[in-house]
Design a binder for this molecule. Structure first.
Ligand code: ZN
Length: 399
């Protein structure tokens, strides 16, 4: 067992950091360790309930050479800037800093982190939720050992909130107008299928990947085993069903290749992953009918699971904004961010029936919110489309 790793892990845990075991010579999670210690290949649970020192001992007794990483974002109340070059020439405060193989990692303390990842022009990225960073004393694949150039005792963690107005950060977020598939989820997706995926792809197409399903299942709190075409059964998670015996499973649709949820208890009713996410939001089992709506709910699910990163679309609201209107603004901004995966800048529909479920507000609150947001000049109408023979829906965009 590596005492050096154990001591470092102890210090990180004392500071409230969530850790993850990483493979010795790759940037991937250490799946054999995860599987052996947690009976689960995923690592998202380590964001929710961080590993204890006892866990770390188990990791090390299974694989004495395992690398360790620190999970950024809400899990550790950390934001990490990863520069690919060490000489960045940018005016930054002195914060704890890890010397990496080529560049450096800077650590900031942050509460309620609300983003996952942003690329910036300086060859690097800013990491928040659902991402991790190699931590000393881990080894790079070249044999280089990560170490603290400025240790956690040498400098305090600067507060991210007081720093995020820095031009570097605002530029980084501004350049992140188009969402993409999270690089963190690549290993899960490609490893399971050996299929390269585009970072900008239609959300529903991700629903064909078993690796994606494993992440989704974990987010749903179930852990079925997957074959190429089926999963094992588990207790139905649809709202209101509350079944006591395993009565649902996933199967791969033979034509579309999409993974489908089958509820055997209720006459074998089938739900898409989009239906499933919408049902959870609505608090009742429902099946979506319109294709665009399905795409948005697929996007919502994959964003929740950290599989895709919606673009960051800011909808400005004044301080007097009510909670319901803020929910509408946040929901609309998420919707636009998902839309931007394929069609950046295009307006989106936001009908009362869709928005009320999407944002958890009433149709009346939606009506008031849209009037207010338009009145404040936060959003604008940009055309309309025929929802069906009766209803017409307005298309909205940010100002
Ligand atoms: Zn059911």
């Amino acid at each position: 067992m590596s005492l050096e790793t154990l001591r470092a892990a102890e210090e990180y845990i004392d500071r409230g950091f969530a850790l993850i075991p990483l493979e010795l010579k790759s940037k991937m999670p250490n799946f054999p360790v995860l599987e052996s210690v947690y009976k689960n290949r995923g690592w998202k649970h380590l964001e929710e309930s961080p590993a204890s020192l006892k866990d770390i001992k188990s990791w090390l007794s299974y694989d004495p050479k395992t690398n360790i990483g620190i999970i950024s974002g809400r899990a550790s109340n950390l934001v990490v800037i990863d520069f690919d070059e060490s000489d960045t020439n940018i005016d930054l405060p002195t914060v704890p800093e890890v010397k990496t193989y080529r560049g450096k990692h800077l650590f900031f303390s942050a509460s309620n982190v609300d983003f996952s990842l942003t690329k910036h022009s300086l060859k690097g990225e800013i990491r928040g939720n659902s991402h991790y960073t190699f931590a000393p004393p881990s080894y790079h694949e070249t044999g280089y050992q990560y170490h603290w150039r400025v240790s956690l005792n040498d400098a305090p963690l600067a507060d991210w909130n007081s720093f995020k107005g820095h031009s570097l950060i605002t530029q980084a977020f501004a350049s992140c107008r188009q969402g993409r598939v999270s690089t963190t989820s690549y290993p899960y997706i490609s490893k399971a299928n050996n299929t390269p995926i585009s970072p900008y792809c239609e959300p529903s197409s991700l629903g064909c990947f078993t690796g994606v399903l494993e992440i989704v299942a974990q987010w749903l709190g179930i852990a079925p085993r997957f074959s190429d075409t089926h999963s094992s059964s588990f207790r139905c998670i649809l709202p209101g069903h509350e079944e006591t015996r395993p009565s649902a499973n996933f199967f791969r649709h033979p034509v579309s290749g999409l993974w489908i949820y089958k509820d055997h208890h209720h006459d074998g009713t089938c739900y898409t992953l989009a239906d499933l996410r919408a049902s959870l939001a609505a608090g009742r089992a429902l099946k979506l009918e319109q294709k665009p709506t399905c795409l948005y709910w697929y996007g919502r699910l994959f964003a929740d699971c950290g599989i895709i990163e919606p673009a960051r679309i800011a909808i400005q609201t004044p301080t007097c904004c009510s909670e319901a209107t803020q929910r509408a603004a946040d929901g609309l901004s998420l919707l636009m961010g998902i839309r931007a995966l394929l069609n950046p800048g295009e307006p989106v529909p936001f009908s009362p029936s869709f928005a009320s479920i999407w944002c958890g507000i009433t149709k009346k609150q939606h009506q008031i919110a849209m009037r207010q947001l338009e009145g404040w000049g936060s959003i604008k109408r940009e055309g309309s489309y025929k929802q069906d023979n009766v209803r017409t829906s307005i298309l909205w965009n940010v100002c």
